[in-house]
Design a protein around this ligand. Structure first.
Ligand code: TRP
Length: 350
């Protein structure tokens, strides 16, 4: 089966979207709209996999679901041309997860580094959902037969697992797939990760060796998408640097994580390469570079923050977008689920 190129990606509504989420994922989501049919999903079912202290309970979950949606829209995702919805409104995600649970192997899931990190030492006490998280993610993608998945570096292993599941399903059910008229036996595509741009990994502003994270105790370690212009400026002025002037060549950034991070952020926000940024600022002091970075961040991010604020104040509007998106997603999902069930041998109403 020749697959139509389709993009799918998801963001968890677990609070505090920051510059790392924006540059590592959302910017690429916006870009892919020009060349592909895109489906962008707020993965509220994934949010439940960690303790309630992480996802914050029902009120927070609903608030965060609307906030991620608002960030998608404010960043420039077009919910009419493409699809924006929350996962729990389309039952196919859970249905396909069950089938994939019976395709995926325990050994595969036990190798997932994100599970090991999130479960920590007390693995016996982690939820079954946390263990199964990558299977639900595979179902998200393959429910729509998506071929391309813009994600951050940290999701690469989960994408490989999605490919393994797709491949094993295609193998396990090869005869049935052919019997259902798919001559080449390729029912599910093997989805490709798309990891692009100069700042796919944005690091903490306080420590250039640590990822920017919503759970860092210091708010100065990150720029939140809801920060106003003054807060953004303050955080960049306080960002850790080193005493050397900026290098003129990219190679000079290799042993200087904080400088590398700030130059990467500048490059990503201005749509240039790190080398181009260094051609302008290399040899100069950090203070001049930081002034330019403050200005750039404020120009690019403050409008997103204010649009998010406007949208979050109008939950009825946001919810209507999610319902419309879910209706359109469900159409694709249900057609694919019917075929999947036929291939598996589940009897259904003719
Ligand atoms: N696991 C992803 C993350 O934490 C979120 C996600 C869930 C996702 N389902 C997905 C990303 C499907 C891409 C495709 O970033």
């Amino acid at each position: 089966m020749a697959f139509v190129e389709r993009v799918f990606s998801g963001v968890q509504p677990t609070g505090n979207l920051h510059l790392g989420n924006y540059l590592g994922a959302i910017v690429n989501f916006v870009k892919m709209q020009e060349t592909h049919n895109c489906i962008y999903c707020v993965v509220d079912m994934h949010a439940l996999t960690q303790g309630i202290d992480v996802w914050g309970g029902p009120t927070e979950l609903a608030r965060n679901t609307r906030e991620v949606t608002a960030a998608f829209l404010a960043a420039g995702i077009d919910p009419k041309k493409h699809i924006v919805f929350n996962q729990s409104q389309v039952a196919g995600h859970a249905e396909l997860t069950w089938i994939f649970n019976c395709v995926a192997r325990i050994g595969w899931l036990s190798r997932m580094t994100q599970f090991k990190e999130k479960a920590g030492k007390d693995r016996e006490n982690a939820s079954v959902g946390l263990y199964d998280y990558p299977v639900l993610m595979a179902a998200d993608i393959l429910l729509y037969h998506a071929t391309h998945v813009p994600v951050g570096e940290d999701q690469k292993q989960h994408l490989e697992l999605s490919r393994d599941i797709a491949q094993k399903f295609n193998n396990d059910f090869a005869d049935s797939i052919r019997a259902h008229g798919i001559a080449d036996g390729l029912f599910f595509p093997l989805p490709e990760p798309m990891i692009t741009g100069p700042a796919t990994r944005v690091m903490s502003l306080r420590d250039g060796t640590k990822k920017m994270s919503k759970s860092d105790a210091s708010d100065y370690s990150r720029i939140n998408l809801t920060d106003d212009a003054d807060t953004i400026a303050q955080k960049i002025r306080k960002a850790k640097t080193d005493p050397e002037p900026l290098p003129t060549e990219e190679k000079g950034l290799e042993t200087r994580p904080e400088a590398d991070n700030l130059v990467g952020i500048f490059a990503a926000l201005s749509g240039r390469s790190k080398q181009q940024v260094l051609s302008d600022f290399g040899g100069g002091q950090f203070s001049a570079f930081k002034n330019a970075l403050v200005e750039l961040c404020v120009v690019k991010l403050a409008p997103i923050a204010s649009e998010m604020k406007r949208l979050v104040a109008d939950p009825g509007h946001v919810d209507a977008i999610l319902v419309d998106g879910a209706n359109r997603a469900r159409e694709i999902a249900e057609a694919n689920m019917v075929k999947t069930k036929d291939i598996v041998g589940f009897v259904r109403k003719a």
